[in-house]
Design a protein around this ligand. Structure first.
Ligand SMILES: Cc1cc2nc3c(=O)[nH]c(=O)nc-3n(C[C@H](O)[C@H](O)[C@H](O)COP(=O)(O)OP(=O)(O)OC[C@H]3O[C@@H](n4cnc5c(N)ncnc54)[C@H](O)[C@@H]3O)c2cc1C
Length: 310
């Protein structure tokens, strides 16, 4: 690698403007971003993650880092001048139009990202940290990479994973079978999804139209994942004992290495993301009880109830 190559950051900040806002449902808003240099951004598709840096009331993006060492710049600032950083998924990407769609879950004004998304208007400005097209190597930032012969596929998550799951489903090669489970807040949050016939999609609204009260968070998803795993009849090996993960002290992020070879030949592959406590419970079930191969399952705590994601 040359010195020039090493100086090109893998990810870099882009200042973007909101060009469209579409309220998709009670809990989802789709925000389209555009920017003069957004064609220099190179998302990889699937569940590609990015960072968003949100404006500070009264200061906007005045202190927002802009250089290759954006994180160092950000950390060097006094805390009150650091723009809040949160992680989101590229839902859709149109390079020719320099447009990127991001799906925000609206969970009230309890966090800067949700509060921003509740009030977003065309013309608003934020910064994103996204893969740099000028970087000569792989830019990563996505987890979905099942082995070509992995089967069946299980993709499951809560509302925060819906943008990633929808992007994954829409990009599956023709004929690739998958079981998809998405828990969402209400019946009105079931979104249109262009899924191939061989992909079985189940939406799990916590608050269906005919219910007096909502189901507890994660309950429907956990039950559906457990049932789906039974259907997959994959418990061919005894379960593996697991180390405990403290989801309040750290991040639950246990994903197969990109080039990891599953320890069993062509078996199932599962991708699970959502509230960390719920994902932790599923991790225990899938690995310890159902005996899924850990090299074939991605477990991702996308957020933690009662904890800010900074
Ligand atoms: C790889 C990755 C990809 C992600 N992609 C998306 C995405 O595409 N769309 C999306 O909406 N989210 C996504 N998330 C989740 C998002 O980053 C978190 O929900 C984040 O906490 C939102 O920030 P905030 O400023 O709104 O709330 P925070 O300031 O982080 O939290 C404030 C409070 O709100 C609670 N909270 C956070 N999120 C929710 C929620 N969804 N429902 C109820 N309470 C909540 C927290 O527990 C806390 O009590 C992703 C996370 C990861 C790690």
């Amino acid at each position: 690698m040359t010195v020039e190559t090493l100086q090109v950051p893998v990810y870099r900040p882009f200042t973007v403007q909101v060009s469209q806002v579409e309220r998709l449902s009670p809990s989802f808003v789709r925000v389209t971003f555009t920017g003069p240099d957004l064609d220099e951004c190179a998302p990889n598709g699937w569940d590609q993650r990015i960072k968003v840096l949100l404006p500070i009331p009264g200061r906007g993006l005045a202190d927002c880092p802009s250089g290759a060492d954006w994180y160092g710049e950000w950390r060097a600032l006094p805390e009150e001048r650091r723009n809040p950083i949160r992680t989101y998924t590229v839902r859709d990407w149109r390079a020719d139009l320099r447009e990127m769609d991001v799906g925000f879950v609206l969970h009230g004004a309890t966090g800067p990202a949700s509060a921003w998304a509740e009030q977003v208007e065309v013309g608003d400005e934020i910064a994103i940290i996204a893969p740099n097209a000028r970087f000569p190597g792989p830019t990563g930032g996505f987890v979905w990479h099942p082995p070509a012969d992995a089967s069946p596929l299980l993709v499951a998550g809560d509302e925060t994973a819906v943008p990633a799951i929808c992007a994954i489903v829409e990009s599956l090669p023709a004929g690739r079978r998958a079981r998809v489970l998405m828990e969402v807040p209400t019946a009105g949050d079931v979104l249109p999804l262009d899924a191939p016939d061989v992909v079985e999609v189940t939406w799990l609204p916590r608050w269906p139209a005919d219910a007096a009260v909502p189901a507890p968070r994660g309950e429907l998803l956990a039950a559906a994942v457990v049932a789906a795993v039974q259907d997959l009849t994959v418990a061919a090996a005894p379960g593996t004992p697991l180390d405990d993960v403290d989801v309040d002290a750290g991040i639950l992020w246990e994903v197969p290495e990109e080039d990891a070879v599953p320890t069993r030949s062509s078996g199932p592959y599962a991708w699970l993301a959502g509230e960390a406590g719920v994902v932790k419970g599923l991790r225990r079930h899938l690995v310890q009880e159902a005996g899924l191969d850990r090299t074939s399952v991605a477990f991702m705590g996308y957020w933690r109830q009662g904890k800010i994601s900074d």
